[in-house]
Design a protein around this ligand. Structure first.
Ligand SMILES: Cc1cc2nc3c(=O)[nH]c(=O)nc-3n(C[C@H](O)[C@H](O)[C@H](O)COP(=O)(O)OP(=O)(O)OC[C@H]3O[C@@H](n4cnc5c(N)ncnc54)[C@H](O)[C@@H]3O)c2cc1C
Length: 405
């Protein structure tokens, strides 16, 4: 018996083929064009391919030949892994209904769902933009000349020898923009640096100061923020919140803050200003610099065009686990639309964030951003269990996305 609109849609669509009709009126797979093979693009392509089988054809485009977990940059910086060792090559993706193309997106026509790359033109029935955020080192005067960024694979690799050889002086870790990925990463940098310098016996010859425009480490939770700040204090890591570094003087080695303070440094480690890739801005998809989406479905203002991850202005932090959760929601929205299934639940914004503490232990923050009346967060203190959990997290994705053990 049909009891609701959803049931009605479901029963009607069950009788219909999933693919789209071709000119010759046989059925061809629905074409989903995914731009960016990061956390969002990889999860979306996997979920669509495994659920819809031959009824879908996914074209996954990325300019790079390999994926690197954001957190692997910490492993590279602190000498736990090599830059080559953390690369997961896209050539390992082996699903018959997914084509990976190593191409650079040059323009996006969101009305016609048509994309031009450095190699050709691609059309989709659905288009999903998952191009992440670009790092704008030049946005902070003096940063390129006087500091080091640690958010790109190249930046992390370049810092490996610098950190290993640092003997004494003032280290400043600073967040240079208000909107940045992985809010715990600057704290992880400070904790791991403290651990490295302690193990090398030079911690007393160094100061570590963290400067960030965020009012507190985890804005949605005073309790979790206090726990993280207590861990900073135990380790003698100075912190200055709700303040901005406006520019560096590379000759004098001084960071100038918006409130007039001057902070001397011997080593400046910065999180650069983030921006949506210019190809996205030029496409007309952005409002206020990022792609606005319906937080429940991740739909953009263009029909059949979705966006996930760091490139959006969804009311959640920028993180891989968020991009992945959003991708699962988009997959479920498309699957429901194509199969006539019931509308999936809205994106819940429920995630686990790991915080590296050095000394082989990892803390966890469980956050639920969107399901309740207000976000809630819980801090699980650093432990070896946390480290094991994070290893499992990475192993699951390596297996699921790349078929690697
Ligand atoms: C040091 C550090 C630690 C982190 N730790 C964590 C953590 O512990 N947990 C967590 O959840 N998140 C963490 N993150 C954040 C996480 O890495 C990002 O939030 C996540 O990668 C965002 O996923 P995405 O799919 O939106 O974009 P991305 O993963 O950045 O993917 C975007 C893709 O688009 C491609 N691309 C961009 N422009 C073009 C173009 N013009 N043409 C073709 N391809 C293009 C890029 O090559 C890239 O592969 C960390 C980040 C950093 C820097």
């Amino acid at each position: 018996m049909i009891t609701s609109h959803d049931d009605l849609c479901f029963s009607v669509f069950l009788a219909m083929p999933i693919g789209r009709p071709s000119r010759a009126s046989s059925i061809v797979p629905t074409r989903v064009l995914i731009l960016g093979a990061g956390f969002g693009g990889l999860e979306l392509s996997t979920r669509l391919a495994e659920t819809l089988g031959e009824d879908v054809h996914v074209t996954l485009i990325d300019k790079s030949d390999a994926f690197v977990f954001g957190f692997s940059k910490l492993d590279v910086m602190f000498g736990r892994q090599t830059a080559d060792g953390v690369r997961l090559h896209y050539r390992e993706i082996a699903r018959p209904n997914v084509d990976f193309l190593q191409e650079t997106v040059r323009s996006i026509d969101a009305v016609n769902k048509r994309v031009v790359t450095d190699q050709g033109t691609h059309d989709g029935d659905f288009l999903v933009v998952a191009l992440g955020a670009d790092l704008d080192v030049g946005a902070t005067p003096g940063f390129a000349e006087g500091g080091h960024e640690f958010y790109s694979p190249e930046g992390a690799n370049g810092l490996r020898d610098v950190l290993a050889g640092f003997e004494q002086g003032n280290i400043v870790i600073a967040v240079l923009g208000g909107f940045f990925k992985c809010p715990p990463a600057p704290y992880e940098m400070a904790f791991m640096l403290h651990d490295l310098l302690t193990r090398r016996g030079v911690r007393d010859a160094c100061t570590i100061t963290l400067i960030t425009p965020m009012g507190k480490p985890i804005p949605v939770s005073d309790e979790v923020s206090s726990a993280i700040l207590a861990l900073c204090e135990e380790r003698n890591i100075a912190h200055s919140h709700a303040t901005w570094v406006d520019r560096l003087d590379p000759q004098e080695k001084v960071a100038h803050l918006r409130d007039g303070q001057e902070v001397p440094f011997d080593l400046f480690l910065g999180v650069p200003v983030h921006r949506a890739p210019s190809v996205v801005v030029d496409s007309g998809l952005t409002d206020d610099g990022w792609i606005a989406v319906d937080p429940a479905t991740l739909a953009t203002k263009f029909p059949d065009v979705y966006a996930v991850g760091d490139v959006t202005s969804a009311p959640v932090p920028r993180a891989g686990v968020i991009a992945e959760g959003e991708a699962r929601t988009v997959a479920d929205v498309l699957i429901a639309q194509l199969t006539g299934g019931p509308k999936p639940p809205p994106f819940a914004g429920e995630v686990v964030c790991y915080i590296e503490m050095g000394d082989s232990v990892i803390g966890r923050v469980n956050v639920n951003f969107l399901s309740g009346p207000a976000p809630v967060a819980e801090f699980i203190p650093p432990s070896l269990d946390g480290a094991n959990d994070k290893r499992q997290f990475a192993a699951t994705r390596r297996r699921r996305w790349f078929g690697l053990d």
